[in-house]
Design a protein around this ligand. Structure first.
Ligand code: GLU
Length: 310
């Protein structure tokens, strides 16, 4: 049984110890992200019972970025089922950077993972939709159901990304040429870029993790968001590719499915128990929040949560 006062002190302690850890730099290839104050920092746990424990800049809304890939994958699984998603996108690590074109070229144009840019653009294209706005609204709807109804698009962030996303546009066309894209390529890239441009708090991110931890019921809204058959697939994908090309190191040192984004957010899931989320903008060379990784790892390690432990 989880003791709430222990949980409070572990969150406080992990935030105090690692919330301002040195090192890293804001992402600068998206101009909006380069200007976010680097000293912002927050840590939150949401349990499967709906308890919320948090520390730091918990009201600050940051860019979801790559963590949005988890939500769109969830919707693709709900729309099509696990077998189709595995066949059309894949469930393996690419072993290469998140926006690698080489990874596509080496595998006949198949993206391999829904948690790298190519696979995420393919996931966005798979969503059942009448038109672009319908596709976007369904994806935003899934972010809100998993996390919170307060999650919204940031127009300045979206404009900053849409005016610099040339590499992702190229990826969309490559996917199209190899038969792994399922709507108009520029529609898929536009919607993918919007899904990365929403803002959320660290508690809302931890709520997404808690919804995955319960097998698909959001513990705050009590709504069933995902079929229980789909959450193990999402967690498996997060284990394989959630922390870019250091996903293996994360599994080795922390042992929990995770996902990070270049906005500085990071999420880990303890199945059946909780979501643990952190935010702080400075990233390591791979694209993971330096402080976020340390804060989340500290909570998990201190509480003894590691999937590979007997
Ligand atoms: N919008 C970013 C991109 O597509 C997200 C990258 C990330 O967080 O990994 O480059």
């Amino acid at each position: 049984m989880l003791d709430l006062s222990t949980l409070h002190s572990v969150v406080e302690q992990s935030y105090r110890e690692f919330g301002q850890a040195p090192g890293g730099a804001n992402a600068d290839y998206i101009p909006f992200l380069a200007n976010i104050p680097s000293d912002l920092s927050a840590l939150a746990v949401v349990t499967a019972n709906g308890d919320v424990i948090s520390a730091g800049d918990i009201h600050y809304r940051f860019a979801i970025e790559s963590i949005s890939k988890v939500c769109t994958l969830a919707l693709a699984l709900e729309d099509w089922g696990a077998q189709t998603v595995q066949q059309k996108i894949g469930a393996d690590a690419t072993g290469m950077p998140f926006n690698s074109v080489m990874a596509l070229e080496l595998h006949g144009g198949k993206p391999l993972s829904p948690l790298v840019n190519a696979g995420a653009i393919a996931s966005a294209s798979l969503i059942k939709a009448e038109n672009t706005e319908d596709r976007w609204n369904r994806i935003l709807g899934m972010q809100r159901k998993l996390g919170s109804p307060q999650i919204k698009l940031s127009s300045p962030l979206n404009e900053s990304e849409q005016s610099t996303n040339f590499h992702n546009r190229a990826i969309a066309w490559l996917l199209y040429s190899s038969g792994y894209l399922y709507c108009d390529p520029m529609e898929a890239c536009d919607v993918y870029t919007r899904q990365c441009s929403t803002l959320l708090t660290t508690v809302e991110l931890a709520t997404m993790g808690a919804t995955l931890a319960t097998g698909g019921i959001n513990p705050l809204s009590k709504e069933r968001v995902l079929s229980p058959d789909n959450t193990p697939r999402i967690l498996a994908d997060m284990t394989m590719e959630g922390l870019y090309d250091t996903s293996g190191d994360w599994a080795y040192t922390v042992g929990l499915p995770g996902k990070s984004g270049v906005g500085g957010g990071i999420l880990a899931v303890v199945p059946g128990v909780m979501g643990i989320a952190a935010f702080s903008p400075p990233l390591d060379d791979i694209g993971n929040s330096v402080r976020g990784q340390k804060m989340v790892a500290s909570v998990a390690n201190t509480l003894g949560y590691n999937l590979y432990k007997s």
